[in-house]
Design a binder for this molecule. Sequence first.
Ligand SMILES: Cc1ncc(COP(=O)(O)O)c(C=O)c1O
Length: 476
Amino acid sequence: MKRRDGSFVPWAAQRIAKASREDADAPIFGAPLAKARALSPAERRLVSAFPDRGADPAGLQKALARLLDRSLANGRTPRFENQLFSGVADPAMAGALLGLFSNNTVSTGEIAPLATEMERAVLSWLLRLVPWDGARAGGSATPGGSFSNLLAMYLARKAAEARHGADAIPRLAYFVSRAGHYSIPKGADLVGLPRGAMIEVPTDAEERMRPDLLADAVRDARRQGRIPFLVIATSGTTVAGALDPVRDIARVAESERLWLHVDAAWGCFGLLGPDAARFRAGLERADSVTFDEHKHGGAPVAWSWLLVRNGAALEELRPPTGGGYLFHRKDAVREEADLGLTSLACGKPFMALASWLAWKSMGATGWKRRVAHAAKLTRRFRDGIAASDRWELALEPQTWLVVFRPKVPAVTSRVARDAVSRDLRRRINASGRWMINLCPMPDGYAFRAIFTNPLMTESHVDELLAHLARSAGASS
Ligand SMILES: Cc1ncc(COP(=O)(O)O)c(C=O)c1O
């Protein structure tokens, strides 16, 4: 058989190298945001046609290059404000690329000695940030915050089952604020909880869960014969970046014997910043914490951890049967280091290299600077919006994002306000320079700007404020 491979990796590496050399302050890989074109009919045919026969590598690379340049939206620029991941750290990307290239899988120490050591090292560094007994705590790497939340719900459900028996499952109830992430009800479904198991706890005016109403809701649920077993607090809600009062929620969790999961997918990196105490408060009582590295943490999408106060809880993930082809039980001592035993996955990429390299190159002091930089930019943007005659703050920022909306006459209906916001978003993004998102708030749509990309500077913030002023001016 004619050997055809061997030319793609150097080709891809060359493109990446070229793009990263141009990366300094305006990274570009693909087309500028909203300028990413929809595919032409011919391009769509090229993408979807079933490949009966293999293509000539040079021709295929040329065609793919064209697609990447014209139709891939550039998610690397600090002007990408659409989602919470923005700002992959250069060493993290390098680590991820090398880790993927190795094609190693972190299942057993035998096949992945280095990957295993590195994953364990990063886990131990993350556990230092949480006020737990480090010797007892544990964690499992996952492919994203949704998976970490799912895993937390699985462990909580298993603990409830052990305590109340399997017959109790249809009566289980869990509590989360209205602002909790959508992965939570999805996770509940996946771990076999009935749809009605979720009880939404109202938030205060700052989008934080009301612990007093949590306590009421737990009592009501018990009165109705339900079995409360889990509360999920969010440290950095997806839309508003709000910090639920974990300490007060923990008190309720403790007195009601609920598993406390803290979804800190967004807020976790506050633990590395200059005001870490604000993010740590109450975590000592948490049973599990979701810690995303691809949001503020500089890792490429998607890379997360579930940290657990009692590492033994992860034993629930051990294969109930099977797995003998991989985990050789005779070698039990060595096997205890096998991360695959306490992982959702069997095959898992060597992504720990991304975090390891980022941490080693930045150090704790580098992270602190990074979080402080994000806070400084957030303040600058917040002040700009507060001083604007076209825009207003929807909330005071609690983390590194600002939620704001256009000023409209007080009599404007919600429907009309939302229509103005949608139109404004189109104008803002049409330039192809910035991409910013609309998010639902209790009183209608608001805009959300995110400041965690370390490439973002004060002049980017000023540019965004000017762009917003122009866009709003043009629409009035
Ligand atoms: C608070 C929170 N939890 C969980 C998630 C899900 O994370 P992922 O996108 O890694 O699945 C998000 C995503 O934005 C989030 O904001």
